[in-house]
Design a protein around this ligand. Sequence first.
Ligand SMILES: Cc1cc2nc3c(=O)[nH]c(=O)nc-3n(C[C@H](O)[C@H](O)[C@H](O)COP(=O)(O)OP(=O)(O)OC[C@H]3O[C@@H](n4cnc5c(N)ncnc54)[C@H](O)[C@@H]3O)c2cc1C
Length: 288
Amino acid sequence: MYSSNVDYHRATSVADAVKTLEKNKGAKLLAGGHSLIPSMKLRVANPAVLVDIGHIKSLSGIKVTKKEVKIGALTTHAAVAASAELKAACPILPEAAALIADPQVRNRGTIGGSLANADPAADYPTLMLALDATFTVTGPKGEREIEANKFFKDLFTTALKRDEVLTSITVPAYGNMPGMGGAYLKHRHPASSYAVVGIAAMIGLMDGKVARAVVVAGGITANPMHAVAVESALADMEPTEANISAAADNMDIEATLGDSYASSEYRAHLAKVMAKRALMLAAQRAGG
Ligand SMILES: Cc1cc2nc3c(=O)[nH]c(=O)nc-3n(C[C@H](O)[C@H](O)[C@H](O)COP(=O)(O)OP(=O)(O)OC[C@H]3O[C@@H](n4cnc5c(N)ncnc54)[C@H](O)[C@@H]3O)c2cc1C
């Protein structure tokens, strides 16, 4: 199916994009187009104006300091997957980006587009919650920051206002922190590679015991969620297989998503099994 008629505006700057969004109620930003264009062709999305931000150079790129990593919203999945700096500073991100779809999607799709779209089956939202990411957005009143735990509101719904542009995402450079390890595992849909279930795990070790445990599950609820009972069961424990296995058995997120490929019961089971595996890998990488 073809999309309905749409006007096209090629934005020259973030300010220009914001101004165009502000002026046109039915306008939508176009980044890589790999979620928006298919939705337009299905007429699920019918924007009156497409505001193409794909040529705004300042929105692309990865900046790494000792403490944190700032990723421009327009940075493609392929650039994230290939970044040597990211592999050292925040290895969980390139690891996950390499698992997104296929080379065509990875070469066009952007990290900002994926986060703004908030698809429950996308990979980045799960990672951003696990990493306590900060999102920088620009709107008519200037710049503001949104914490990852306040960004995802519902299925395909975020805290972004209609006339705001997500400009960058900041995450900790945990690769530079001794005793920290992370892992992302996903059960991919065989047709699209979207996450049926995706688990991000982070482990921080101190004196051989777990000082910090993070487990976030994506694909089983409208937005990714922390498995709080699993995280707290690991506090001050030695990262042994038995302890991790017992902690993962506390997986307490009630699965609400399900379809003909994977029922909610199956997703809940996968989340428990995969949490165990992701935690084991994160602990191993943390040096446990
Ligand atoms: C066949 C296929 C397989 C896929 N498999 C996976 C997968 O395995 N894992 C996965 O995570 N994803 C997958 N995707 C989705 C893919 O990652 C998309 O690229 C991504 O979801 C959207 O990024 P985009 O740059 O293409 O955004 P667009 O499609 O251009 O935009 C998506 C939405 O975000 C808004 N938007 C875009 N940029 C901004 C911004 N900077 N600020 C505010 N709003 C913005 C747009 O207005 C639109 O509403 C797949 C897509 C396809 C087509």
